[in-house]
Design a protein around this ligand. Sequence first.
Ligand SMILES: CCCCCCCCCCCCCCCC(=O)SCCNC(=O)CCNC(=O)[C@H](O)C(C)(C)COP(=O)(O)OP(=O)(O)OC[C@H]1O[C@@H](n2cnc3c(N)ncnc32)[C@H](O)[C@@H]1OP(=O)(O)O
Ligand SMILES: CCCCCCCC/C=C\CCCCCCCC(=O)OC[C@@H](O)COP(=O)(O)O
Length: 272
Amino acid sequence: MELGWLVCGTAVLLLLHVLMELSPAVNFALRIGFYCVLCLVSSALAAAACLLVNGGRTVKNMRIIKAVVKTFKYFFGLRFEVKGLENFEVEGPAIIVSNHQSILDMMGLMEILPDNCVQVGKKELMYTGTVGLIIYLGGVIFINRKSTSSAKMVMAEVAKTMANENLKVWVYPEGTRNCTGDLLPFKKGAFHLAVQAQVPVIPVVYSSFTTFYNPKTKLFTSGKIKVEVLPPIETKGLTSDDVTDLTDRCFCTMRETLFRLSGRPSEAKDSS
Ligand SMILES: CCCCCCCCCCCCCCCC(=O)SCCNC(=O)CCNC(=O)[C@H](O)C(C)(C)COP(=O)(O)OP(=O)(O)OC[C@H]1O[C@@H](n2cnc3c(N)ncnc32)[C@H](O)[C@@H]1OP(=O)(O)O
Ligand SMILES: CCCCCCCC/C=C\CCCCCCCC(=O)OC[C@@H](O)COP(=O)(O)O
């Protein structure tokens, strides 16, 4: 009986292995499917740990989430090469902005997440089962992207609480995932928030995933991701009139860094 199960299990694994070798689409679907299952199951376990240790929704839960997510990279053969972590060591709150390529970004986020840092996320993430629960417990700030006025109201509240709670806030200024190897134009919410709270903006850039991950061509292999935390950009004394300039400055610096990290130096020159 037990031998039967063993033979069946081995046969299924072999079949999956052959299918993955033969078809990139099957390989992609299985790896992404595994990632989703891993997120859902780990979220359920981490949620229980968060509730037991910290009792409810608090940024302290991010330490638990980070410890769990940092193990995911080994399942997918991903390596992170991080530079500039010392740039997170600003006194008090800050806004962190980074490029957003894929749902896989959570691994890169948790690889370097500083203490006391929450992310801004779309409200739809609340309805992703246990993943929604763990994101809620971690203190993620939910915004409605379809309503600028309500998103602005939430962000204005955050500007007030950041100082009291010594929070760092992580925003993806592209506002959506973008895996083209370039940046989308930046939304301005993060920069309004930084100016309202008079706190620095710390840009973080992840190199392009396109060499190992591309949903269009169903590519998903192992790979290396270079990460650079750039020096903080001060906002003391800036007003809402300076937000567009601040956004543009940050965009140019991050785009240049993205091309450099991804081995596309000539395009960095074109963009200037
Ligand atoms: C254990 C296992 C775990 C498994 C797993 C765990 C994972 C645990 C980590 C989870 C992590 C989640 C990560 C989620 C990641 C996303 O969900 S990304 C998507 C959601 N995030 C965002 O969208 C953030 C970026 N978006 C913004 O900041 C946008 O500006 C806003 C606030 C949404 C507004 O959107 P919009 O209206 O489309 O944007 P925009 O063109 O910038 O603004 C329109 C006008 O309003 C003005 N404006 C904008 N914001 C403001 C403001 N705050 N004040 C005054 N004026 C403003 C602008 O200046 C502009 O006016 P003009 O200058 O053109 O005159
Ligand atoms: C009972 C409901 C069950 C629902 C099951 C949903 C399964 C989802 C399971 C695992 C997914 C892991 C996701 C990790 C967190 C990803 C956060 C993220 O990257 O969100 C995307 C968002 O930034 C931008 O969204 P769009 O590019 O605008 O779209």
